[in-house]
Structure formats: C-alpha cells, structure tokens
Write a protein that binds this ligand. Structure first.
Ligand code: NAP
Length: 246
C-alpha cells in the first residue's frame, strides 16, 4: 500500500490560500486538502483548477477557530483515508475586523484572535503528534507586516499575527530535531478580497515597488518553504512586501 502525502491549507478557497493550494499541488505534487469556512463554490473552483492542471485534492470545510470542529473533520477524513498522511500544514485562514481600539467590540477582538492565533493552535496541535511520529513535517504560518510593526486600526489583527510569530519561533525549536520546520511568511499589501476596499492608489505609494503584491508571489514563497529544498530553514519570519518594511 503506498501512502499518499497530503498538504492541508486553511482558508484555501480564496486569495492567497487558493494560490498556495494550486502551487502545492502542481509544483510539489501534494494531494491538497482545501479547507474553507463557508464559500463552497470558491473552494470547488480551486479544486477544479487543481484537477485541470493534473493535480489532486479534496474539500475539507471547518471553522479553524473551533478545536472540536477541526478535530472532528480531521478524524473523519483520516478514517476514510487510512493510506494518507499530512506532511504540510499551511495556517493561512485569517480575518480582519478593523477599527480604532477605543471603539473595538469584544467580538472584533475575539474573532480575529480566534481565527489567526486560535487557528494556528488548533490545527498545529491536532497535527503535530503525527508529524513527530512520522519524523517529517512542514508548518507554514501566514502572518503579516502588521504583526511585526503594528498597524493603527488593527490592534486585534496585529496582536493575533504577533502571537503567531512568537509561537512559530518557539515551536520551531521544540520540533527541529524531528525534521519538522515551522516558519512564518509576512506579506505586506496583497491584492485579495481582504484588501479590496483599501485605497490601493494611495497605499501603493508607501511601497518602494509602487504596487500591491499578487497572491501567486506569496504562494511561490510558501511552496519553497514547503519543499524539501527548504530543509535547513526554521523559526524564520520571511517578509514579502515590495520593500515596505523589514
Ligand atoms: P481572503 O482573501 O479574505 O481569504 C480568506 C480565506 O480564509 C478564505 O478562504 C476564507 O474562507 C478563509 N477563512 C476565514 N475565516 C475562516 C475560518 N474561521 N475557518 C476556515 N477558513 C476561514 O484573505 P487573504 O488576503 O488571502 O489572506 C490570507 C492570509 O494572509 C490571512 O491569514 C491574512 O491575514 C494574511 N495576510 C493577507 C494580506 C493581504 O494583503 N491580503 C497581508 C498580510 C497577511 P471562505 O472563502 O469560506 O470565507
């Protein structure tokens, strides 16, 4: 029985996550598990594109902010796919609820923290034991420029991403001996649904390259970190922001 190697990408239905799914399937040959929260059509279209390029994958919807939902979905998947193992985890799902801190609602804080930082904990905790046993793994966390420099109007998001950065560095050291790498990728402004309401014409003036990045450019970096070529890189936060900050 040959074992099928899989990559799980949270928030794989749209934006950066979608491109990561495509690259992991086509560049690295992974069977990609496309997680999403509610947008089934977008996730199905991502899977269709993977298949049109000769790759394979499955849809795996659940709310990353819920440990129980994630655990149930993964247990069910593993029960039906006993010949599969997850080698790569990309913690990509994230949301913003922007606003000045003086006006912040509890829910805006909790949702953003629970999705990015909670999502990191839930999925990494659920998969790390198997990665340790199989003595191989790649965990890649999508963080942000906001988690490094702090962005006014995004105290919640900056805190969530800074938390994931700390966790990345700590976990990397715990599991390095087991051939598991843990890294973070910190994009600046990338053209996706998350940034579609921003004033791109004004904001791109802040970027030395004078443009927003594309999801494909971020996905190429994630694909490299997920590959065997990146075997000696761990605990790193790699900026991808057109020169805006490092
Ligand atoms: P996006 O276009 O808004 O897509 C978000 C994705 O996350 C969607 O697939 C969405 O699923 C999924 N998602 C949201 N909440 C979820 C939950 N609770 N459980 C499962 N999936 C959930 O976002 P993006 O711009 O591609 O951003 C991807 C990552 O990069 C995020 O972590 C973000 O913080 C980070 N980032 C983005 C930028 C940027 O400029 N775009 C910059 C820095 C960092 P549905 O389709 O089902 O809603």
């Amino acid at each position: 029985m040959s074992i099928q190697s899989c990559a799980l990408v949270t928030g794989g239905s749209r934006g950066i996550g979608r491109e990561i799914c495509l690259k992991l399937a086509t560049d690295l040959g992974y069977h990609v598990l496309i997680n999403y929260a509610s947008n089934r059509d977008a996730a199905a279209s991502c899977l269709a594109e993977i298949k049109s390029k000769g790759g394979t994958g499955d849809l795996l919807p659940f709310n990353v902010a819920s440990f129980d939902e994630a655990e149930n979905a993964l247990e069910e998947w593993q029960k039906n796919n006993t010949d599969s193992k997850i080698e790569v985890l990309v913690n990509n799902a994230g949301v913003t609820k922007d606003g000045l801190f003086v006006f912040m609602e509890n829910n805006d804080w909790n949702t953003v923290l629970n999705t990015s930082l909670g999502g990191f904990y839930n999925l990494s905790r659920l998969l790390i034991t198997k990665m340790v046993r199989q003595r191989y793994g790649r965990i890649i966390n999508l963080v942000s420029l906001s988690g490094l420099k702090g962005t006014p109007g995004q105290v919640n998001y900056s805190a969530a991403k800074a938390g994931v950065i700390g966790a990345t560095k700590a976990l990397a050291q715990e599991v390095a001996k087991r051939n598991i790498t843990v890294n973070a990728v910190a994009p600046g402004f990338i053209s996706t649904d998350m940034t579609k309401d921003l004033d791109e014409k004004e904001l791109k003036k802040l970027v030395p390259m004078n443009r927003f990045g594309n999801p494909e450019e971020v996905a190429d970096l994630v694909s490299f970190l997920a590959s065997k070529k990146a075997s000696y890189i761990t605990g790193e936060v790699i900026n991808i922001n057109g020169g805006i900050y490092s």
